[in-house]
Design a protein around this ligand. Structure first.
Ligand code: ATP
Ligand SMILES: Nc1ccn([C@@H]2O[C@H](COP(=O)(O)O)[C@@H](O)[C@H]2O)c(=O)n1
Length: 217
């Protein structure tokens, strides 16, 4: 029996496209159930940050393979990972099979903690924790996601336009969904939660309801 399916444990897989609100919901779920939480997008962002800091071309797959097997997870304050440029660069390295392979074990190890865990990303329900009992696929329209991300980045002091963010989101969606290795998609047994018209509170309560439904099943 896999660690994700072991009785008494709860592994919650939260996937979805950029700025859909999956991180917000994953953190709420982790707090609600008292579980540790991993934002797996940060791992891809760290690889991208380390590539750029070392002066590598972000498309250099040979350099990316070296970086993913040697980078120091503690070396990057979160504010150096959250910018617009790093989100874009992360989705480039995330399409490289060697990068995905290099990050697989630490994600599975995190999910294998005794009481379980909440992980969010693009392939948690399909590849990292396919046997997780509770899987959510969080979506929102590109326009709503762009508006949310625009507000967030403006709040961080970045000089961005709504049109520019919408174009980024569409490009990232296409790259993340179109790659051959672990593309962004809902697992067959995931429940889709469209947050376009929901407040954070409404979405969090719907997410908890979904998990409760799965636990009772
Ligand atoms: N239901 C909601 N209503 C309004 N704003 C929301 C909602 N959910 C999330 N947000 C806001 O939208 C922004 C993006 O949310 P969040 O970071 O959770 O998305 P994400 O899917 O984890 O993004 P990424 O993939 O880029 O990490 C944040 O500023 C968050 O506060
Ligand atoms: N499980 C994952 C998580 C992330 N990615 C890639 O990283 C990019 C940045 O992720 P955010 O969640 O921080 O936006 C994202 O666009 C994906 O390309 C991934 O492939 N798998």
């Amino acid at each position: 029996m896999s660690a994700a399916a072991r009785p008494g444990r709860l592994v919650i897989a939260v996937d979805g496209p950029a700025a859909s609100g999956k991180g917000t919901l994953a953190r709420r779920l982790a707090a609600h159930y008292g579980l540790p939480y991993l934002d797996t997008g940060l791992l891809y962002r760290m690889v991208a940050r380390a590539m750029l800091d070392a002066g590598h071309d972000i498309h250099d797959a040979v350099a990316a393979e070296q970086v993913v097997n040697s980078f120091d997870e503690t070396a990057f304050p979160e504010e150096r990972l959250r910018g617009r440029e790093i989100g874009e660069a992360a989705s480039v390295v995330a399409a490289m099979p060697a990068v995905r392979a290099g990050l697989l074990t630490r994600q599975r190890r995190f999910a294998a903690q005794p009481g379980g865990a909440v992980l969010d990303g693009r392939d948690i329900g399909t590849v990292i924790c396919p046997e997780a009992p509770a899987k959510l696929f969080v979506t929102a329209t590109p326009e709503v996601r762009a508006a949310r991300r625009h507000k967030e980045l403006i709040g961080r002091g970045e000089a961005v336009t709504l049109d520019g963010i919408l174009a980024d989101i569409r490009r990232r969606d296409a790259r993340d969904s179109g790659r051959s290795d672990a593309p962004l998609k809902a697992a067959e047994d995931a429940i889709v939660l469209d947050t376009s018209a929901l407040t954070v509170e409404e979405a969090a309560s719907a997410a908890i309801g979904i998990v409760e439904g799965r636990r009772a099943a």
